[in-house]
Structures are given as structure tokens and as C-alpha cells.
Design a protein around this ligand. Structure first.
Ligand code: MLT
Length: 389
């Protein structure tokens, strides 16, 4: 853990105002993103661990090794024992304006969990939040959809199956939904230290805001269309394409580019090859929804779009990212409203960001923790001035 890379880095003027893109600012113990091979969790390539039980991968991110059978069983019990949510959380969520976006409700839900049960210990709070957020998220769906009161957690079920049980979705293929969500959850848990939501969460925590305040800030970061909300926008985009005929898709995409429209689900800030998380989801889709219309459109886009984007030399990555596929699969198993998709991404990322905050606050710099974030901004267009006497 103490192997620190030697990095020499000069910042030039050209790099200012580029969103810190690519600047080394810290270290990360939970995951890393290789431009060619994609994300790995504590050294394990994502495709190798995508089908592990989510609880084992949560354990990996917090403990930096995969659990033995005994450790895994104890960790599942620990999460179950932490899972109870104060009823005041549900009562307050019910009082939110009906037009609230699910991501707004998720952020409020996280803060409510903090208000009702914060311990002030980053690790305890992070594990409590991981354990409690499925109940809160399921309640958000139920309240917003008018499906009735929250459903009690069933400790006999695993982490994801329990979420599906608490959701109480009136239709859809629940078995396939559970299968899909297990992989979806693991794929979305972490993506290096510098993605916007993770960076935001750690920055807020560096001022010693508590874990809940930090995670709510992180989730607000995730809510934007350039970040986590891309999976919502992507299904809406796939629905607009509305055909899986290659020639028609090609024409549609070319017209859209000519009009200056965005092509969702392709490219990435760091990756320069196809995102392995997209490949894993394509394989899942072939198992659970091979004939689904949106999934077929996604596969056509995957084939047709990269050669078109490659025609523009300015596009560094013309390949599919994780968001291209996830919405179409959620839709295929009965989760048809894309407004909820980012909350599922957020649910997963709470584990990764939570583990990174715990590392930064409690372990880095021999336990002293990372200093308060304070990058330098260069003042410009500010000539020396003085008030007239
Ligand atoms: C992702 O999962 O791809 C991200 O959070 C975006 C990023 O890494 O910047």
C-alpha cells in the first residue's frame, strides 16, 4: 500500500480550465482505470469479478482483499444487522414535492439517514449507509410511483435480491431483474479516484464534513448529464433511433452528427478502447434479453457508430461506454422509466466512494488523512484596482 509512484508533472497554461483532466492529484487504493483495459478493483480486472456476489466486492473495496467463505458470511451478517432505517426517513421522503427527480430524493434520503443515525465515524457510517441505502432507494421508487408504503427488509435474502423484494415492483421479470442488478451493481461500484462524483465526495469529506454530507454531495455530482445521468439520456437516445436496421441507423447517426446533436453511450474521459463494462453487459443481455428491441438497437449502434466517429480525428474514443447498454437491459426486465437509472448507478457507487472516503480520512498519510482540498486557481482579468478616495 505504501508504494508511491514517482510522478513528474508540469502544468502548462493550456491545461488550465480543463476540469483537472488527467492531472495527478492523489492516490487510490480501491480501483484504477487503464485507458486500454478499463477499470480494475484492487487489481482485479472488472470483467473477472463482474459476476461475483456484490457483498464480496463491497468487502473487497473496504478491506482490499476478497473475503474467505467465513469472512463473506460474517460480512453479510454485519450488513444485515446494520440495515434498519429510522421511520422518520420514510416520513420525510413522503413529504417531498411530487415532481422531485429520483436523484434529488436520493440525495435527501442520504442526508436524512445522516440526520437520524450518524455515528461520526467514517467507516461505521460508510458501512451503515451501504447497508441502509437499498431500503431508502426502494422506498423512493414506491413513494414516487404510488406503490404504497415501504416494504420490510427480508434478512434471508442477499443484498440485491432484498432490494428487489423491497421494491415490490408490480410487473416485470423479477428473476431477470435480480440477475441483471447483481452485475449492474458490481460494474458501477467504483471507477478510480478522479471521476466527478468520487472526487467531489472526497473533497467535501476533506473539510471533515460527515460521511452522509460527503456522499450526498457526491450523488449531486453524479446527477448531471455529463456524468451518471448519461444512462438515463442514453435509453431516451436509443428510443429515438427506433430501428435496428444498420443502414437506417447509419443514416440517422450521420444526420444527427450533421445537425450537431450528441451521440450518447460512446467515448469516455479516460478510456481509449471499448469499455469492458459495456462488453460484460452485452454478454448479460445476450442471456437475459437477446430479442429485446432496445437491446438490438444498442447492438446495431455498437457496430455502426465507432467507424463513423473515427472519421473525426478529434474524437479520442469512438467506442461504447458503460451507459450504452445498461438502460436497454433495465428496460428489458421491466424497469421502463429511465429517470430512475442514475439512482441505481448511485446506489452502487456509494460503496466505492464510501470506501475511498474511509481510506482518505482514516488511512492515508499514516492515518493523518488527506489535507483539505485546496487547488490553486490563477487570477486573470483582474487588474490591480483601487476605490477612488
Ligand atoms: C465512469 O464510471 O465511467 C465514470 O464515473 C466516469 C469517469 O470515470 O470519469
Amino acid at each position: 500500500m505504501s508504494d508511491r509512484p514517482v510522478i513528474e508533472f508540469t502544468i502548462t497554461e493550456k491545461q488550465l480550465d480543463t476540469g483537472l483532466r488527467g492531472y495527478p492529484v492523489g492516490t487510490c487504493w480501491t480501483s484504477g482505470v487503464d485507458p486500454q483495459r478499463g477499470v480494475s478493483y484492487v487489481g482485479y480486472p472488472i470483467a473477472e469479478i463482474a459476476h461475483l456476489p456484490p457483498e464480496d466486492v463491497i468487502y473487497l473495496l473496504f478491506h482490499k482483499h476478497l473475503p474467505s467463505a467465513d469472512e463473506a458470511a460474517a460480512f453479510r451478517r454485519d450488513l444485515q444487522q446494520r440495515a434498519e432505517v429510522d421511520p422518520a426517513v420514510y416520513a420525510s421522503l413522503k413529504g417531498l414535492p411530487p415532481g422531485a427527480h429520483p436523484m434529488e430524493m436520493l440525495c435527501v434520503g442520504i442526508q436524512l439517514l445522516g440526520m437520524t443515525a450518524k455515528t461520526g465515524d467514517y467507516k461505521e457510517d460508510a458501512l451503515n449507509l451501504v447497508a441502509r441505502i437499498p431500503s431508502v432507494l426502494a422506498a423512493i421508487f414506491r413513494i414516487r410511483e404510488g406503490w404504497g408504503d415501504p416494504i420490510e427488509s427480508d434478512p434471508a435474502l442477499d443484498y440485491v435480491a432484498n432490494f428487489v423484494h423491497m421494491l415490490g415492483m408490480p410487473s416485470g421479470d423479477l428473476e431477470k431483474l435480480t440477475t441483471l442488478l447483481r452485475t449492474f451493481y458490481v460494474l458501477h461500484m467504483d471507477h478510480g479516484g478522479g471521476n466527478l462524483s468520487t472526487f467531489t465526495g472526497k473533497a467535501v469529506a476533506s473539510g471533515l464534513a460527515d460521511l452522509y454530507q460527503s456522499l450526498a454531495s457526491a450523488m449531486n455530482g453524479l446527477a448531471g448529464p455529463r456524468h451518471g445521468r448519461a444512462n438515463q439520456d442514453c435509453l431516451e437516445f436509443v428510443r429515438q433511433v427506433n430501428t435496428d436496421d444498420e443502414a437506417l441507423v447509419e443514416r440517422w447517426v450521420r444526420e444527427r452528427i450533421a445537425e450537431g446533436g450528441l451521440i450518447f453511450g460512446f467515448g469516455h474521459a479516460v478510456l481509449r478502447e471499448e469499455d469492458p463494462r459495456a462488453q460484460v453487459q452485452i454478454a448479460v443481455g445476450e442471456r437475459i434479453a437477446p430479442d429485446n428491441r432496445e437491446f438490438r438497437i444498442v447492438k446495431t449502434l455498437r457496430k455502426v457508430v465507432p467507424p463513423i466517429l473515427k472519421e473525426n480525428p478529434k474524437i479520442a474514443n469512438p467506442y461504447p461506454n458503460v451507459d450504452l447498454v445498461s438502460g436497454s437491459l433495465l428496460n428489458a426486465v421491466g424497469f421502463t422509466d429511465p429517470e430512475y437509472y442514475t439512482t441505481l448507478f448511485g446506489w452502487a457507487r456509494i460503496a466505492g466512494i464510501g470506501a475511498q472516503i474511509v481510506d482518505e480520512r482514516l488511512a492515508f498519510r499514516n492515518g493523518k488523512g488527506v489535507a483539505i482540498y485546496r487547488p490553486k486557481y490563477v487570477p486573470v482579468n483582474q487588474p490591480t484596482q483601487t476605490l477612488s478616495p
